[in-house]
Design a protein around this ligand. Sequence first.
Ligand SMILES: Nc1ncnc2c1ncn2[C@@H]1O[C@H](COP(=O)(O)OP(=O)(O)OP(=O)(O)O)[C@@H](O)[C@H]1O
Ligand SMILES: [Mg+2]
Length: 330
Amino acid sequence: MPTTTTTTTTEATPLAIVATGLRKAYGDKKVLDGIDLTVPQGTIFSLLGPNGAGKTTAVKILSTLITADAGDIRVGGHDIAADPQAVRAAIGVTGQFSAVDGLITGEENMLLMAELHHLSRSEGRRTAAELLERFDLVEAAKKPASTYSGGMKRRLDIAMTLVGGPRIIFLDEPTTGLDPRSRHNMWGIIRELVSDGVTVFLTTQYLEEADELADRIAVLNDGKIAAEGTAEELKRLIPGGHIRLRFADPAAYRHAASALREGTTRDDEALSVQIPSDGTQRELRSILDWLDTANVEADELTVHTPDLDDVFFALTGETTVPHQPAEALR
Ligand SMILES: Nc1ncnc2c1ncn2[C@@H]1O[C@H](COP(=O)(O)OP(=O)(O)OP(=O)(O)O)[C@@H](O)[C@H]1O
Ligand SMILES: [Mg+2]
């Protein structure tokens, strides 16, 4: 099926996942308190949130493993409550915790999945061989999966998920515990899937991963979607871009702090000032020029642009936001 890069209209891009008013509570703990999610076909959607925010709960609901208390959900065009069987046929799920059976070999795990998907013996063998090759597991295929490294197990896990050729894949923290090289390989695999038109719903603890991969990101906090958008849109939501000047000489610091423009914040203890800035060359030059003209010497100059970590901290209240509210100086 041809994919389109348009994300502006729902008509041009069919929706792989639509959930409205999704609710789930355990006892009196509201885990999902009425959330809406929309994922266009052939895109990567990433759900972020602190531990216990409800990411795995959302994945389990959308993949029919548990039922929601309320909400309308369509996955792959099928109503999840009316036709969970059709949803199951359209999706693949790689859970946060491995589904690999350690007692049997990687190849046997794959063949077992093929059987579960009712593939014929020859088709099962062909699919298993193809995927083992693609996930660089050919050498390990005949060894018990219990002897695999964490990264190999993760790769086998995802290979198993792909056996039935699902068009929508749920990946719950697919790269947790992987080394940087394996993580980059996994990103490559995910991108490849999407270029084939597959839709990926991904949860992750690595903001860099969401930044790198996701077309859209939602931040889950306190049962609600705290913000949703592209990585760029989320970064624009919060202030934080600034240039920081640090001084060794208290007199130079005082001079700079009293003369710099509105919006500058000062830290009297660290002898540093933060000037709100987009970090462009022009802005940097104007600050350097000003320092030269005023004959003030900064000992350190750093440029800080907001990243998804800033967004995450600001939205989830996990820790204090690293930027103080602007305290304008005259
Ligand atoms: N079967 C269950 N019974 C009771 N409470 C549960 C159950 N499953 C999850 N919870 C609770 O629901 C909340 C959300 O859990 P969930 O596993 O969805 O979080 P998460 O965002 O995936 O966290 P993590 O980043 O640690 O994987 C937690 O407070 C958890 O304790
Ligand atoms: Mg989880």
